[in-house]
Design a protein around this ligand. Structure first.
Ligand code: GLA
Length: 399
């Protein structure tokens, strides 16, 4: 049984245990790792994430006969109440005919938020029951919540007889996070979860939502190095970073930092608060890194990846202030060991989480060696894993 089959079996069993019947359909959406373009999605910029072979699976079926007309029920198989020893499942139910209010737990808001967001786009969700299981690590910067939201959006819409385009699934899941969960995230993670193509990274214009598949050269491996340092996006300074970027855009009277030219920013340095200046410098320089990384990824040019990803990490650490000393240290140790064989940088929102390395397959030993040296001194051990770029959200055909 492979990873996905095990996950499907877990969702099926959880559904059966919760509701006493078999589910009728299954849906999946992946987590993502961002290769370049960090903290630029909410500045209308370009990003280059790729979906990873870690997913949220939703099993779905009809409502209980006695609640046929109005109830939505959900069981989350990885969100047990810690007081019950952890690992247990947690349940939710709400009335589809009444206004949907926030639930007690974060995961409930991801579900309720999606159902409500579909309503705001004019789509009615049928009464149904779902069970959700996933293996995207939580709080690691690999977008477990986008995988969760997009998988639930796909399950709710498809089961209700609606065929929504990937962009719409992504927007629904993002609206749920923005309004119900309270995280002012951009659209990158949801678009990666909804629209990625297997074997490719996804070049996304976050203003138009146009996408282009960028092949990952066959000589390259995408390794995610989990630092073990966990954070929560809502509680973190994420929303503050976004507000800072918006303040700079306002200063220049432009729609978003994507429209800011580097020369203009430099000329305005004396008039700008230094923190705001550094935030904008990260965004403007990061946007210049997308093209070179995209081309290097397709061509397998590891020397370019090494150089540009090093600059990207420094910019996140020094200008955007979303790294931490142990993460900087690990990034530096891996970069030094890799040399020209590949690049490494912090990925995702930061404040903990993961590094991503894009390097020659045969550099795996170098990465492991650097991690072993780091772990010998570190408080928390880091761990590397190679991921395969898989495709975005889809119903799972089951025979
Ligand atoms: C989180 C957000 C994304 C994006 C990244 C940083 O993953 O959900 O929208 O802003 O951080 O690039």
């Amino acid at each position: 049984m492979d990873r996905r089959d095990r996950l499907i079996a877990r969702a099926r069993q959880g559904y059966r245990l919760a509701y006493g019947v078999e589910p009728m359909r299954f849906y999946a959406a992946p987590g993502r790792v961002n290769l370049i373009g960090e903290h630029v999605d909410y500045n209308d910029g370009f990003v280059l994430p790729c979906a990873i072979d870690r997913e949220t699976i939703v099993a779905a079926g009809p409502p209980a006969p006695q609640t046929r007309d109005k109830l939505f029920e959900a069981v989350a198989l990885d969100m047990g109440d810690p007081r019950s020893g952890g690992g247990a499942s947690a349940r939710d139910r709400f009335d589809l005919l009444a206004p949907i209010r926030p639930g007690e737990n974060n995961w409930q808001n991801h579900v309720r938020g999606v159902v409500q967001a579909l309503g705001r786009y004019g789509y009615r969700v049928r009464p149904m029951r779902i069970a959700i299981a996933g293996d995207v690590p939580m709080g690691a910067g690999l977008s477990s919540s986008a995988a969760f939201g997009v998988a639930v959006a796909l399950a709710c819409s498809d089961y209700s007889g609606l065929q929504l385009a990937p962009e719409l699934l992504a927007k629904v899941a993002q609206l749920a996070e923005n309004d119900f969960v309270g995280c002012a995230c951009g659209i990158m993670d949801q678009m990666a979860a909804a629209a990625a193509q297997a074997g490719n990274a996804l070049l996304l214009d976050c203003r138009s939502l146009d996408t282009m598949a960028v092949p990952v050269h066959k000589s390259l491996a995408i390794t995610v190095i989990d630092t073990g340092i966990r954070r929560s996006l809502t509680e973190s300074a994420f929303n503050q970073r976004r507000a800072e970027c918006e303040a700079v855009a306002q200063h220049f009277e432009i729609k978003a930092l994507r429209d800011l030219d580097y020369g203009r920013l430099l000329r305005a340095e004396p008039d700008l608060d230094h923190t705001l200046f550094r935030r904008a410098r990260h965004v403007v320089t990061e946007l210049d890194r997308i093209g070179p990384v995209g081309i290097a990824l397709a061509k397998g040019n590891t020397a370019v990846l090494a150089e540009v990803m090093r600059e990207a990490h420094l910019s996140l650490s020094e200008d955007f202030d979303v790294s931490l000393p142990p993460i900087d240290l690990l990034a530096q140790m891996i970069a030094e060991t890799l040399g020209d064989a590949g690049g490494v940088r912090l990925t995702g929102a930061g404040f903990g989480g993961c590094l991503v390395a894009v390097a020659n397959h045969d550099a795996a030993g170098a990465i492991e060696e650097a991690i072993a040296r780091y772990n010998a001194e570190a408080d928390l051990p880091a761990r590397a894993e190679v991921f395969r770029p898989i495709s975005g959200a889809a119903p799972i055909p089951i025979d």
